[in-house]
Design a binder for this molecule. Structure first.
Ligand SMILES: O=c1ccn([C@@H]2O[C@H](COP(=O)(O)OP(=O)(O)O[C@H]3OC[C@H](O)[C@H](O)[C@H]3O)[C@@H](O)[C@H]2O)c(=O)[nH]1
Ligand SMILES: [Mn+2]
Length: 359
């Protein structure tokens, strides 16, 4: 089996094919530490909050920066689909990018070290995750069979060993774990010190809680489904931006025949947000997730939905039909999902009429 060895990877793989999207309402000083790994990449900074505040971008980075005025100018009335005062605003960066791959990272995440003490090149690992197949149809007990030094185990059907194209690579975090507010409140000092040297495919038909902190994806395959919802100021819910995107994108990946991986690489998550503030922001989500998850688990997309955009439009109808009984908010969210796709297609017209179809 063709393996790969991270050592052999250049310091900035596919630098012309990757945009780094950073939502920020704080500061970009964290980029100083990332310079060895990110200096060759183009940054798309989505500045949340007061647009009159000037955010300093460290010297030497190639970037574009969008604040709320820019979002309103570019999207017009559809700008209302982009969250305000929530990290979910980052998805605007996904929309304006023209690259094949997106890597998105929070501004309180730093370079982590592996157990040998070596600094982790998150982009190199995410690119390898995205450029090697996923195995959603049958679980490989030695995890990612495409890594050096491992393979498919005995009993793994050869008919399934080709795998499927990978659309999403979900990285993890050392130090401050991505816990919800209740868990943060009861375990304020818990730190994630466990480095698990594994990359796994999330099986077809299984959902997962996607965290936007250290996340990469193939924009051409799944971009339209990576809408981080309508959260933050003026909305009844916040901090479920990445969860909504993760559930929606997983059902779309399953339907279109793409794979989702989780595990390596790790970042070092440095800031614990205030659990009391978080509880206020996410408390409706704690209730609604008991309805949202079964909604995504039970839905079936039609075969006519053969692109991520078509799947997402169908998902919008299903959201309006099935979740509005949970709360009227979901009708607003369903409309925002339509606005998102319309804006996406306006900014990203399919190349020669083709859109990426199901595999
Ligand atoms: O109003 C806001 C709040 C935050 N941001 C930016 O979003 C990034 C995450 O913010 P933060 O580090 O404060 O949140 P965490 O609790 O650590 O993150 C988790 O929950 C929220 C997100 O879904 C996040 O991805 C999760 O990991 C950071 O870059 C802030 O500057 C914002 O733009 N607007
Ligand atoms: Mn954080």
């Amino acid at each position: 089996m063709a393996g790969y060895n991270l050592e052999a990877i250049e310091a900035a793989p596919l630098k012309e094919d990757v945009d780094i999207v950073i939502p920020t309402i704080r500061s970009l000083d964290f980029l100083e530490q990332w310079r060895p790994f990110l200096k060759h990449y183009h940054l798309i900074i989505v500045q949340d909050g007061d647009p009159s505040i000037n955010i300093r971008v460290p010297e030497g980075y190639d970037y574009e920066l969008y604040n709320r005025n820019d979002i309103n100018r570019i999207l017009g009335p559809r700008a209302n689909c982009i969250s305000y005062k929530d990290g979910g605003c980052r998805c605007f960066g996904f929309m304006v990018s023209k690259k094949k791959y997106i890597y998105t990272i929070d501004d309180d995440c730093f370079v982590a070290n592996d157990p040998s003490g070596k600094e982790i090149n998150v982009i190199a690992q995410h690119i390898k995750n995205l450029e090697t197949p996923s195995t959603p149809h049958y679980f490989n007990t030695l995890y990612d069979p495409f890594r050096d030094g491992t393979d498919f185990v005995r009993g793994y059907p050869f008919s399934l060993r080709e795998g499927v194209t990978t659309a999403i690579s979900h990285g993890l975090w050392l130090n401050i774990p991505d816990y919800d507010a209740p868990t943060q409140l009861v375990k304020p000092r818990e730190r994630n010190i466990r480095y698990v040297d594994a990359v796994m495919t999330i099986p077809k038909g299984v959902l997962y809680p996607m965290c936007g902190m250290n996340l990469a994806f193939n924009r051409e395959l799944i971009g339209p489904a990576m809408y981080f919802g309508l959260m933050g100021e003026g909305q009844p819910i916040s901090r479920y931006d990445d969860m909504w995107a993760g559930w929606a994108a997983k059902v779309v990946c399953d339907h279109l025949g793409f794979g989702v991986k989780t595990g390596l690489p790790y970042v070092w998550h440095s800031k614990a947000s205030n659990p009391f503030v978080n509880l206020k922001k996410e408390h409706k989500g704690l209730h609604w997730q008991e309805d949202m998850v079964p909604f995504f688990q039970n839905l079936r997309l039609s075969k006519e939905s053969d692109t991520a955009a078509k799947c997402y439009m169908e998902l919008s109808n299903m959201t309006k039909e099935k979740l509005t009984e949970v709360d009227p908010y979901f009708e607003k969210l369903a409309d925002a999902m339509v606005a998102w796709i319309e804006a996406w297609e306006e900014l990203n017209p399919p190349v020669d009429g083709k859109d990426v179809k199901a595999r």
